[in-house]
Design a protein around this ligand. Structure first.
Ligand code: 8DG
Ligand code: MG
Ligand code: MG
Length: 144
């Protein structure tokens, strides 16, 4: 197979913080299938990172956020996937605009469902970019 791999793309993903928990969904995708991952997606033309995070979260869960902040960036090369790909992944954090609002699974073809997971008791298996951060000791909560 001599197919040229696609160029790197920018992904924007969100730590949505609620008490001591974050929102995760189990992926239905050719990349990281069945792994627990953050909400997020591809940066579109002209978007800020904050706009992208808010748009993807709304499309995927219906939730609205505020206090969105940039945290860090990681470089993720997926060689072992059915279709190799490369993402520069931008991580942000935010809070729920309305803490009573409940996530809906608005893209069930891409996700098995959303739920809150305590940071000190995350589910397995995590999607590799997130797993690498957790293993490195990264903590998305303020005052860490
Ligand atoms: P879109 O068409 O709505 O723009 O994209 P999507 O269908 O929502 O894409 P996605 O797979 O959710 O996100 C795009 C890529 O972002 C994904 O293939 C790999 C990268 N990515 C990471 N870490 C994470 C993560 O924790 N969650 C999500 N959703 N994507 C992540 O590197
Ligand atoms: Mg997504
Ligand atoms: Mg999306």
């Amino acid at each position: 197979n001599t197919a040229k791999p696609p160029p790197p793309r920018v992904a924007v993903v969100l730590f949505l913080l609620k008490d001591e928990s974050v929102l995760l969904g189990r992926r239905r995708s050719s990349v990281g299938d069945s792994k627990f991952a953050l909400p997020g997606g591809h940066l579109e033309f002209g978007e800020s990172f904050e706009e992208c995070a808010a748009r993807e979260l709304k499309e995927e869960t219906g939730l609205e956020i505020n206090k969105t902040e940039l945290l860090t960036v990681t470089n993720n090369v997926f060689l072992e996937e059915p279709k190799p790909c490369h993402y520069v992944t931008v991580f942000l954090r935010a809070n729920l605009a309305n803490p009573e609002q409940v996530p809906q699974n608005l893209e069930p073809e891409k996700c098995y469902g959303w739920d809150w997971y305590a940071w000190d008791n995350l589910p397995n298996p995590l999607f590799l970019p997130l797993e690498k951060m957790v293993k490195s000791g990264f903590n998305p909560f303020p005052d860490h």
